[in-house]
Design a protein around this ligand. Structure first.
Ligand code: NAD
Ligand code: GLY
Length: 373
């Protein structure tokens, strides 16, 4: 295990430490964490806390969270946003600022982001901006947020001209991932998180890839032991990457494995036709095929990953868009440089690198893996 990471299992709690000097923080993973006072000690204390959530998650968990922190703060404000990616915008951000200012929240106020990646990204950005930076705590309630978006300090809102285009790198002071909250998560949201779990194996950890293959049925069944271990391992792997490259100058981009083809599928098929998890799942199978065609991994390894994606319940045949349209869409990817598409490609033994690929080979991948005209 890397020396930047200290994951330990205390009773039924798993703790992963993100090591970023004076911005280090723990991620606590487990069940019944809202009832455990020791979990919240790193959240701080003071005059004011604000729980930022949405109209779906708030009614389920905001009162429970308030009970967990009310002995640490003299008052707890509730800020409820509308639910949906379409509300991850400047208007919602401004609503958070309006409430904080009208409640006279000072610069020691702690924001608690209670929800999925949308609430987490917006609350984190609000914390980065309000009075030039106030502390915040991530309380992720989707699988995607527990394994990915709540960790590592990427915060953002969308702009009409691009997703996540306005944001900041700003780390939370604590992440609390309560597995019990996943019991109310709709199936399609759970699947989106499962695709992100799978991505960590092939790019960073071959043993974890084996473990996912063995435990995929338990993960699909939301077995809390299996989920607890998977979330811990994903957070450890992400912690290692973030400690090396917090601002995504280079290696952090490997966390986008499968997302280049995946975003093209999502956008090309029409937003909402393919679920995000489905598109990333199929995108991983396509990226593995591209890696094999470039001689970076064996064909057998690409087939193994494709089988896992299928067993997880994701389609492995992309929609019929035509190779020209796929290429056009992928040229808009954030990793593209000077119009050249850069893919996250696999090497053997759980490594990945970001590099371009000849259009002719990419076309072969699209022809082999997508519905034909
Ligand atoms: P989301 O936040 O929209 O949550 C999905 C849905 O599930 C929402 O309707 C939400 O209200 C609901 N929900 C959340 N928790 C629930 C629960 N426990 N029970 C019932 N319903 C619940 O979506 P997401 O998949 O969590 O996050 C996607 C967002 O994350 C995107 O905006 C993406 O850009 C961002 N993201 C950020 C990072 C990062 O590093 N910051 C990484 C990946 C994704
Ligand atoms: N989800 C990719 C990252 O945090 O870098």
């Amino acid at each position: 295990m890397s020396d930047v990471i200290a994951a330990e299992q205390r009773n039924d709690k798993r703790i992963v430490q993100i090591e970023l000097g004076d911005r280090s923080y723990p991620i606590v993973i487990g069940r019944r964490l809202f009832d455990d006072a020791s979990v919240w000690s790193s959240a701080g204390e003071g005059d004011c806390a604000a729980i930022v959530t949405n109209t779906t998650v708030g009614p389920l968990y905001a009162a429970t969270l308030e009970r967990a922190i009310s002995n640490r703060f003299r008052r707890v404000i509730h800020i409820e946003l509308r639910d949906g990616e379409e509300f991850k915008d400047a208007a919602s951000l401004n609503h958070i600022f309006d409430r904080l200012l009208s409640e006279r929240a000072d610069r020691k106020t702690v924001l608690f982001a209670l929800g999925g990646g949308v609430v987490g990204d917006m609350t984190g950005f609000a914390a980065a901006c309000y009075m030039r930076g106030i502390p915040f705590v991530q309380v992720p309630t989707t699988l995607l947020a527990q394994v990915d978006s709540s960790v590592g300090g990427k915060t953002a809102i969308n702009h009409p001209l691009g997703k996540n285009m306005i944001g900041a790198f700003y780390q939370p002071r604590l992440v609390v991932a309560d597995l019990d909250t996943l019991s109310t998560l709709p199936a399609r949201e759970f699947a989106a998180g499962l695709a992100e779990v799978i991505k960590y194996g092939p790019v960073l950890d071959p043993q974890f890839f084996n473990w996912i293959e063995t435990n995929i049925d338990a993960l699909i069944a939301r077995d809390t032991d299996a989920l607890g271990y998977a979330i811990q391992r994903c957070c450890e792997l992400k912690a290692e990457v973030v400690a090396k490259d917090e601002h995504e100058a280079n290696v952090r981009a490997v966390l986008n494995f499968g997302h280049t083809f995946g975003h093209a599928i999502e956008t090309g098929a029409g937003y909402g036709v393919w679920m995000h998890g489905e598109a990333v799942g199929c995108g991983m199978a396509m990226a593995a095929d591209l890696s094999a065609r470039l001689g970076m991994i064996s064909e057998a390894f690409a087939i193994r990953l494709r089988r896992l994606v299928e067993r997880a319940g994701f389609p492995v045949v992309g929609p019929r868009l035509g190779a020209d349209r796929y290429l056009e869409l992928m040229r808009h990817d954030k990793k593209s440089e000077g119009g050249e598409i850069r893919f996250v490609l696999l090497d053997e033994d759980g490594h990945a690198s970001i590099r371009p690929a000849p259009d002719t080979i990419v076309r072969q991948v699209i022809d082999a893996n997508c519905q034909r005209s």
